[in-house]
Ligand binder design. Structure first.
Ligand SMILES: Nc1ncnc2c1ncn2[C@@H]1O[C@H](COP(=O)(O)OP(=O)(O)OP(=O)(O)O)[C@@H](O)[C@H]1O
Length: 301
């Protein structure tokens, strides 16, 4: 089943303003853990807000857990970038409200466990917490709901490395145990390969890369060789650099490399940086396995 399906998804925050999302199309299989990446202002938060039902798309459609956004909201957990929790509340108030708002779904032990892991007393007021501790409590509220779809807007930004490690483990444990789908935005691209199996890369409101990370990496090569890029004509160049010894390129192979060239598999970090640094490289959308196969599209000027 598809957890999230966007068709022609377009959103303007102001009626005549620029499109924060422009004709975005993707489908995210249930159970996937998807990284949502892009530069500042790329449209990541906007996409998460639409999926969470905070805002409605200006055009196109978004299907969540097989239904319209409003109909499935009780099964969706959303952690916004600015978590709007009252600083006067104690942690115990948050856990109580979580239980009240989610009758029949609330996992008190899971929520309490996330709080305890951070050595936090439930009597502490939210206003007395550091940003990272505040994020931990907000995550307890989101995961305690046992959501089928977890939407996280830069959840790890304020966390120390150990807390990041612990909460990533908790998140993956939740996803595995409940077959939940996770969509998380992040600027920590180096850490995503260990956590995620799918990727959505947004740039200026347009989707530039989508698909399973394994398939996307397999579709690219780091190529180095003594000649210039004129020797790489059958391949789709994403980025290239001339150095003293020749040329280094990240490309989509369109056949074997020239004999004097050497190819290695890129890392996810290299792939993301290459696309972010090359706004004119053509987009690549690799559909989930059940669909007919790769669709390539040229960016619209
Ligand atoms: N409430 C709003 N009113 C008007 N424009 C907005 C609003 N929220 C976002 N935008 C604009 O929409 C575009 C996408 O913003 P969005 O917050 O979705 O980007 P982002 O990828 O999450 O960025 P960041 O990495 O900085 O969090 C930006 O140009 C931003 O200025």
């Amino acid at each position: 089943m598809t957890a999230l399906q966007a068709t022609g998804l377009t959103h303007r925050h102001r009626r005549r303003g620029p499109a924060a999302l422009d004709s975005v199309e993707f489908s995210l299989p249930q159970g996937s853990i998807c990284a949502l990446v892009g530069r500042n202002g790329a449209g990541k938060s906007t996409l998460l807000e639409l999926a969470a039902g905070v805002d409605r798309p200006s055009a196109g459609s978004l299907t969540v857990l097989g239904g319209p956004v409003g109909a499935t909201r009780s099964r969706v957990g959303y952690l916004a970038q600015d978590q709007p929790l009252d600083p006067r509340w104690r942690i115990s108030d948050v856990l109580r409200i979580g239980a009240q708002l989610n009758p029949g779904r609330w996992d008190a032990a899971c929520a309490a466990g996330i709080v305890e892991q951070g050595n936090l007393s439930t009597r502490t007021r939210l206003g007395a917490l550091s940003r990272g501790q505040h994020t931990r409590v907000a995550l307890a509220l989101v995961l305690g709901k046992r959501p089928d779809l977890v939407l996280l807007d830069e959840p790890m930004a304020d966390l120390d490395p150990l807390a990041r490690h612990e909460l990533t483990g908790t998140l993956l444990g939740h996803a595995t145990e409940h077959g939940a789908t996770v969509l998380l935005s992040s600027h920590h691209t180096g850490e995503l390969a260990d956590v995620c199996d799918h990727l959505l890369l947004l740039d200026g409101g347009r989707l530039r890369l989508s698909g399973s990370i394994d398939d996307l990496l397999e579709a690219h090569l780091n190529a180095t060789g003594p000649g210039g890029i004129d020797e790489l004509a059958p391949h789709t160049l994403v980025t290239h650099q001339r150095s003293g010894r020749g040329t280094a390129a990240l490309l989509r192979p369109g056949g074997p490399l020239p004999r004097t060239w050497h190819g290695t598999a890129p890392t996810l970090d290299e792939l993301i940086l290459a696309y972010l640094g090359s706004p004119d490289a053509p987009a690549l959308h690799l559909s989930p396995a059940a669909d007919p196969g790769p669709r390539e599209s040229q960016p619209t000027p």
